[in-house]
Design a protein around this ligand. Structure first.
Ligand code: KG4
Ligand code: ZN
Length: 333
């Protein structure tokens, strides 16, 4: 049965995983801390660090799995969506490695892979299920009918939920990526201390740009009255912002669940690591009789294990790509 090496390099994590017959045996993630001081990922810097990290990460993943490269059956890689310069490093490496070892190549869509992370461990969702995919670049409600038969039924019209977290963090002078820090401070704060307007968007779509602006103005106005407002109220601000974002996310998800008469509900992507979102979903499980699927922390943010499991299912379906494949910054399902 197949042993697949998978490469993820769409943003600022260089990650390499090995999947042996559907089981993940290594998931090496080399984080890039270089972006912390810039308030966001600097694409050119990200590409350079991927270039440094990729071969050591591959060697480490193979060593952890006790697999020799000659035992591999296929190379899976993230083709998109993502930062083009970052993707180029992973795609070029995957193509060269596959060429040198005479192996087939498997192209994986990063957003589909976030959803397929649910098929790494038990319990696995049953088709069809609804997945709220919330990351730094995307916010989507996806109707998942089969491994690679997915329909986006709602999405953000502007900023992603992760961006709402990260941009709020920037307003509060917290380093990038701010999502995990807001989550941390929110634990000590009062989620009802401050109120922020929820966007009124039709259907199952989201919008976060007005929400972000309302936080910007709120903080500016409060600071005009009290220069230390942020420092003195950090936990309450974080808790209130997090509470609002989670409410916005959950309300539309609930609407989708009713519309599609579906109670198999999953979350995926970096923001699914958020403790407020996880707790709110578990609450819905109780009150609405949902069956909720929440990924393990290591499979929420970017990782190659999700690329490997997606690659495994493509391998079983016999879906390979040629050496002329190129990365795509924007990529549909
Ligand atoms: O999926 P991901 O690792 O990368 C993208 O594909 O974008 O998601 C990264 C996003 C960032 O915006 C980060 O702030 C957010 O996920 N994030 C969180 C938490 N952990 C990561 N947001 C809120 N709470 C968290 N605990
Ligand atoms: Zn991602």
């Amino acid at each position: 049965m197949p042993i697949i090496l998978a490469i993820e390099s769409s943003c600022d994590e260089t990650s390499v995983a090995v999947c042996n017959n559907g089981k993940i045996t290594a998931n090496v993630i080399a984080n890039q801390t270089i972006h912390e001081n810039y308030g966001g990922v600097i694409p050119e810097l990200a590409s350079r660090v991927h270039q440094q990290n990729i071969v050591p990460a591959v060697q480490q993943a193979l060593a952890i799995s006790k697999v020799d490269k000659t035992q591999l059956d296929a190379i899976a890689f993230t083709r998109g969506p993502g930062l083009l310069g970052s993707l180029l490093v992973g795609v070029s490496f995957a193509k060269s490695f596959a060429l040198a070892l005479d192996l087939p190549l498997i192209s994986v869509n990063h957003m589909q892979a976030h959803i397929l992370a649910h098929f790494i461990d038990e319990p696995k969702p049953k088709f069809p299920f609804l997945c709220l995919t919330v990351s730094g670049g995307h916010t989507q409600i996806v109707l998942v009918k089969d491994y690679f038969d997915m329909e986006i039924v709602g999405e953000t019209l502007d900023d992603a939920a992760g961006e709402a977290f990260d941009k709020t963090a920037k307003i509060l002078n917290l380093p990038y990526p701010g999502g995990p820090l807001i989550d941390k401070y929110a634990r000590e704060g009062n989620p009802h201390a401050f109120k922020f307007p929820e966007p009124q968007i039709q259907g199952l779509n989201y919008s976060f740009s007005g929400f972000k602006t309302s936080i910007l103005y709120f903080v500016r106005d409060q600071k005009a009255k009290d220069a230390n407002f942020v420092e003195n109220n950090l936990a309450d601000i974080c808790a209130s912002v997090q509470h609002s974002i989670v409410n916005i996310l959950i309300n539309k998800l609930n609407k989708a669940a009713k519309q599609y008469n579906c109670n198999e509900i999953a979350i995926a992507g970096g923001v699914s690591a958020n403790s407020g979102l996880r707790a709110a979903l578990l609450g819905m499980q109780e009150t609405l009789n949902w069956k909720v699927y929440i990924p393990a922390f290591e499979y929420c943010t970017d990782n190659a294990a999700m690329i490997a499991i997606a690659g495994y299912h493509k391998y079983l379906a016999g879906e390979f790509v040629g050496q002329d494949v190129a990365p795509m910054a924007k990529m549909e399902f």
